[in-house]
Design a protein around this ligand. Structure first.
Ligand code: SAH
Length: 397
């Protein structure tokens, strides 16, 4: 067993069960990509079992802090079973659920979403890459699903020195391998393609926020809704379900908008109630401001403007700008649902950015609710870095 010895004093974060070891914390030792290593303090005390990633700044990620635990097929089966058992207890009202959420489930770099009977997985770290066949078998055994598609094409793979890979990892004999799947969320019918959609195909993390949105649209009687960064129209369907008369979905992805339009029809809503705009959200908000248009509810769910804290300042300007425009376009009493999924922007900073946007727009608002990712995308108490999606529901004063 290879040993990674930390520099003096660098054992503190592992003592707190934080699973990452950065390159700069290591005094000596290395391992091959994905190899299991023993991580110890400068004094030789056992800290954790981990997996190496020689190409990454996060050089080792911990599998386990228990010295007696062996990193083998049974270990992966236990972790996967525990993660799935937690999801079952959440009693999520959908057949589309995130089963494995990386570090929070003790499986660094592994993302697995379940869409009906199909699993879609991302292996984003050398450790899970090395154990892929074992993990694939354990996922099928624990979930009861028989189809597993791999979408390991996220850019973080580059930092791990891993290329992009996608395709079926497990498919029963005789299955034609259709990558289009149908799911049900809050009673709505939705579709996605595990081979082509963003991430694994759909944004499950917004499930509970879409549900809240239906209720608010209904309660506040929102008639005109702007869904900015709509992707395939999850919040659009929610707005229509809440009784909105007119919904504008804006996204820069034409295929996503085609699907959003299809979702409106699939759920029995009149196509005349929906307008899909293939455009930049910022530019559209500006144009609508010039045209004097007004909305009763606006959703802003942009992509990650700040992948890390280093990009926070530029991202802050971009967030502030769209939120300022949205607060101008909203009627008094109107509802703004605004999000950031940037790991580099904390919830506190995001609140400050939106406050600045309100000042510039000359608008104040009641903070109706703070929003976060759905509970099948958990954060653990020892790994706050895992928290990424934050949002605010605001009623314009
Ligand atoms: N709210 C969606 C998820 C949004 S993901 C849901 O509930 O499913 C972010 C979306 O922003 C993606 O669909 C991406 O295509 C889109 N996007 C990225 N940059 C954009 C821009 N400048 N203008 C419009 N859309 C953009």
């Amino acid at each position: 067993m290879k040993v990674i010895k930390l520099r003096a004093g660098k054992e503190r974060s592992l003592h707190k069960r934080h699973p990452w070891v950065f390159e700069g914390s290591i005094a000596k030792g290395s391992g091959d990509a994905g190899e299991t290593v023993r991580i110890e303090s400068h004094e030789g005390e056992f800290l954790a079992w981990g997996a190496c990633s020689p190409a990454s700044q996060i050089r080792v990620r911990a599998w386990s802090f228990e010295q007696a635990e062996r990193i083998d097929a049974a270990f992966f089966a236990r972790r996967i079973e525990r993660a799935i058992a937690f999801r079952q207890r959440l009693a999520i009202d959908s057949d589309a659920v995130r089963l494995i959420h990386g570090e929070a489930d003790g499986l660094p770099g592994l993302i697995v979403d379940r869409y009906g009977d199909t699993l879609c997985a991302q292996f984003l770290f050398a450790g899970v890459e090395r154990w892929k066949p074992v993990i694939a078998d354990a996922l099928l055994a624990a979930s009861g699903c028989v189809r597993l598609y791999e979408r390991s094409d996220a850019s973080v793979r580059d930092r791990e020195g891993l290329g992009a890979v996608s395709g079926w990892l497990r498919l029963p004999a005789g299955d034609g391998g259709a990558t289009a799947v149908a799911i049900r969320e809050h009673g709505w019918q939705l579709t996605l393609d595990v081979a082509e959609g963003h991430k694994t195909g759909y944004y499950l993390d917004q499930r509970e926020n879409r549900h809240l949105f239906v209720q608010w649209v209904r309660r506040f009687g929102c008639r005109r809704v702007f869904n900015g960064y709509s992707y395939t129209g999850g919040f659009t369907v929610a707005a229509l379900a809440g009784g909105a008369e007119q919904v504008v979905s804006v996204d820069s992805s034409a295929p996503a908008l085609v699907r959003a339009t299809a979702h409106v029809a699939l759920n029995g809503f009149d196509a005349a109630r929906h307008e899909a705009l293939d455009a930049d959200v910022n530019a559209t908000l500006r144009r609508f401001t010039q045209e004097g248009r007004r909305f009763d509810a606006i959703v802003l769910d942009p992509p990650k403007f700040a992948p890390s804290a280093a990009h926070a300042e530029r991202a802050a300007r971009a967030y502030k700008d769209i939120n300022r425009l949205a607060l101008v376009l909203l009627e008094p009493g109107g509802l703004l649902l605004t999000f950031s999924c940037s790991g580099g922007v904390s919830a506190e900073l995001f609140h400050k950015i939106v406050a600045g946007a309100g000042l510039d727009a000359g608008a104040d608002g009641y903070l109706l609710q703070r929003l976060e990712a759905a509970p099948d995308h958990p954060t653990t108490i020892t790994f706050p870095e895992g928290e990424y999606l934050k949002g605010l529901a605001i009623v314009k004063a």
